[in-house]
Design a protein around this ligand. Sequence first.
Ligand SMILES: Nc1ncnc2c1ncn2[C@@H]1O[C@H](COP(=O)(O)OP(=O)(O)OP(=O)(O)O)[C@@H](O)[C@H]1O
Length: 592
Amino acid sequence: MREEVRAQDVARSSLRDAARLLWTMARPERRQVFIGTAWLIVAAGLEALGPILAKRLIDEHLLPRQFEAIGLMAALLAAIWVSGLAASGLRYLQLTRMAGVAQKAVLRLRAQVFQHVLALPMAYFDKQITGALVSRVTNDTESVNQLYRQVLYVMLDSSIVVAGTLVAMAFLDWRLMLIIAALVPAMVLVIWAYQRLSAPAVAQARALKSDINAQIAENLGGLAVLQASGALGRFQARFANHNDQHYRARMKEMRANAWLLRPALDLLNVLLMVALILGYAQQREVSGLEVGLLYAFLSYLTRVVEPLIQITLQFGQLQQALVAAARVGVLLQEAHAPLPAPGGPGIERGEIRIEQLRAGYGEGADVLHPFDLTLPAGSFVGLVGHTGSGKSTLLALLLRFYAPRGGRILVDGQPLETLDEARLRHDLALVPQEPQLLSASAWDNLRMGRTHLSDATLQEAARQARLHEMLLALPQGYDTLLGEGGVQLSTGQKQLLAMARALAGSPKILLLDEATANIDSGTEALLGEALSALRGRITVIAVAHRLSTIRAADPILVLHHGHLVERGTHEALMAIPGGVYQRLVQLQQLAE
Ligand SMILES: Nc1ncnc2c1ncn2[C@@H]1O[C@H](COP(=O)(O)OP(=O)(O)OP(=O)(O)O)[C@@H](O)[C@H]1O
């Protein structure tokens, strides 16, 4: 299924789109490209000059045994040597220049792709596998680098050499030149046949490689679960299967390469040499022998054949790189969620009004059904309900991760979708169910790149989150490196850190998604106090299965199958006979 989507994706982004993308990325370097091309033309001209001079030396001096003009002969020899040397030097310098252009273009492309991916709507990631995306940002952009190098380096240079050599040949003898020019259509035919044979295998190999990356990322990410459930064997078998398919696809492509490209081209080369010698012999019967001319043409022959072989050999990789470019192109075409124009309002007080809100995912049924609600600024709101009742969905809508299907959310009287993106992200903070920690120090984890936050602010936030003492107790205190994903901390400590991180930014609205699930009862009680202390300053919406966390909340909202069925204080909700909240509390008491 995943494969089908990809094939369509790539088909959607045609070769033309890929070319446009490549040009856009290289555009800022176009001056360099033009200068490089001009010098490559000069280099090709100098190279083509060699055999012309050699022909003169042979036919006018060596063959007729005319050695009187020794000065002229020496000058011819020196000119052959100098032109060859200058051509090599020039080519080396220009190819280095082109390689630099390619690197810069890819640097730009990779930055753009990464930036683009990070800003994609959360709904996009519901359908994607992280490893596959990583593959697009790294492998595919690397293949695009190859494409640049081939197009700018091999293709451009080789085409210039072929064109220059054909012109030089025409200058010497246009009929013999035509014999060699016949090589070009034959070569095109070989390339066409090769493409037909290898294109499907190339596309398949690339898609499979992306799958392999995705599996590695997924399996490493969930290794603890795989090991614990004894599922390693099954996943290894799945991986081996994909790996094998990838091998087969690559072999198919290699076979097309080995059987078709090089042998066919070598054969053409030999045929041409024979045709050239025959053509020469026939012509010279009429106009007399010019060995220098034959020498010049034979050396031109390699100068035409080699670049043409280079061009065709590159076609295999070109194919891969174009598929990669198309895949990157598809990713870049993925639409961002429409953002309001910058300069919109931020959150001043934190009042939230919800009007007839309705939500769902993709094509699925509604998971939130219309309700109205006003949460005054500074209130401490508890959000409870059975698993799957829609709590996280409501938070996701408040975070503007998804657009509602109907109704609207107003913050301080302003529609949520009109709030300035940067100000919204500053004024609204989330403590997620699974805190993401960086492999960095506690300071860095609290600061999260917000360089304007002072150490004192971060420590104060840590105190509020009841984390300060725990961080001080670490070997290097706040400077302790927390390891990948914060492995140095317990799950509960990670949650506290995520809380401190959120508080450090002084948000106006704080969303907590099961933020106390892994904290011991003592710390939870302290944190509950801390949350209550925010009352009046920050609007807090806390999703909690552990009802003690939100006992002091006012109001507590109860979701049931996506409907807002109850709202009120703990006492008020407990007073509803047979109420959902009451049942939740009773069940929890029973469990304890
Ligand atoms: N990204 C998603 N794509 C499709 N369906 C989703 C997605 N996220 C949630 N759902 C569905 O929406 C419904 C509500 O899920 P939600 O996560 O909001 O529930 P919840 O009350 O937060 O549950 P929990 O207490 O387990 O966190 C569920 O039926 C779930 O299957």
